[in-house]
Design a binder for this molecule. Structure first.
Ligand SMILES: [Zn+2]
Ligand SMILES: [Zn+2]
Length: 345
């Protein structure tokens, strides 16, 4: 079966295996789990710069080959020959295609992907949790721009899945993260994660002079506040794109000049970032597990996308293995009023 985005806000569940033709070096894989990303929901709602319809969405997947070996897939298909590919910056490839955007993605029980994009998943890592390798790899990618410094103080804007995962990675690297989330209910919902990590999360802070700021939300106000919260010579990791056509005062932009702030943008991830994320998840899987809002049968995708778009709950994962009764030790039970979805319709 496959879930196909045929038009804006139109998802079709098709019970066939109409796979794309495999190209050179590409193989057919069984999808085990595919997480729903906010980008999938936005794409369903508004389309996307890189989207070609009709399309099977999904770029955060855990798969298995015909011998049962498990992998995650770096979702880019790069040319391998351009200047960026040769420098190990495959996400900047001039001819980049992305699974779930240009090519069919993981909202299906099978997928075609390049063999060289497969990253093995250790036996010890839960396959559902391995879906976090893609979003977490994006965080590793962004942080690679930050110069190594002892115990840096980080301010993270946005207490969604990305902001919280960023906090976890920064903390594990010896940094001191603090998360700003405007929505009190969301902070409440993040309680199991925050308790397990002891990371501070609040609606605002009086503290300033942070070594680095990372925006894990599209809010222009968060971007502006972040610039003011940095110390002189601080580093702004421009991680999330901003709400379309919002305006920002030039006085704030001038802070970049007066305070000698470095801004580094990041978009997506390279295979090496995803590899690091797999190792990290293998060592820390108990904590990302608290961010699983629900593991749902694929047929629930049309109902889940609006919730993901509205930012309700943390990570929803579509289960293509058919074994929905598994329990997660750290499962988040304080999410949306609807709670975790563990049943097929
Ligand atoms: Zn994503
Ligand atoms: Zn290339």
């Amino acid at each position: 079966m496959r879930i196909v985005l045929t038009d804006r806000r139109c998802l079709e569940i098709q019970n066939n295996n109409k796979l794309e033709k495999s190209g050179k070096g590409e193989i057919r894989l069984r999808v085990l789990y595919c997480a729903i990303c906010r980008t999938d929901a936005k794409m369903w709602d508004q389309g996307h710069r890189d989207l070609i319809l009709p399309r099977v969405p999904g770029h955060e997947m855990a798969v298995a080959d015909n011998r049962g070996n498990r992998y995650v897939i770096w979702p880019g298909i790069s040319c391998g020959t351009c200047v960026h590919c040769r420098a190990g910056r495959e996400n900047r490839c001039e001819h980049l295609q992305i699974l779930g955007f240009h090519r069919d993605g993981g909202f299906a029980d099978e997928i075609i992907a390049p063999a060289h994009s497969l990253i093995p998943v250790p036996e010890t890592l839960d396959p559902a949790i391995s879906c976090f390798a893609e979003p977490m790899g994006c965080i590793f990618h962004a942080l690679a721009n930050f110069p190594v410094k002892k115990n840096p103080r980080f301010l993270i804007y946005g207490g969604g899945t990305m902001g919280l995962l960023a906090g976890l990675v920064i903390q594990a690297a010896g940094g001191k993260p603090m998360i700003i989330e405007k929505n009190k209910e969301k902070i409440q919902a993040a309680h199991p994660f925050l308790k397990a990590t002891t990371i501070a999360c609040a609606t605002h802070t009086r503290e300033s002079g942070f070594d680095a700021v990372i925006n894990a939300c599209p809010d222009i106000q968060a971007f502006a506040d972040g610039l003011k919260k940095l110390r002189k010579g601080g580093h702004f990791l421009f991680f999330s794109g901003l709400t379309k056509n919002a305006t920002i005062e030039t006085d704030l932009i001038d802070l970049i000049h007066y305070h000698e702030i470095t801004i580094s943008g990041s978009y997506g991830l390279a295979p090496a970032d995803m590899q690091r994320a797999v190792s990290f998840l293998d060592a820390h899987q108990r904590i990302p597990a608290t961010l699983i809002q629900g593991i749902a049968a694929p047929e629930n995708a049309p109902d889940l996308l609006p919730q993901v778009l509205a930012g309700k709950g943390f990570k929803y994962i579509l289960d293509f293995t058919g074994s929905l009764s598994r329990e997660y030790a750290g499962q988040n039970h304080q999410g949306t009023s609807q709670g975790p979805i563990l049943e097929t319709k």
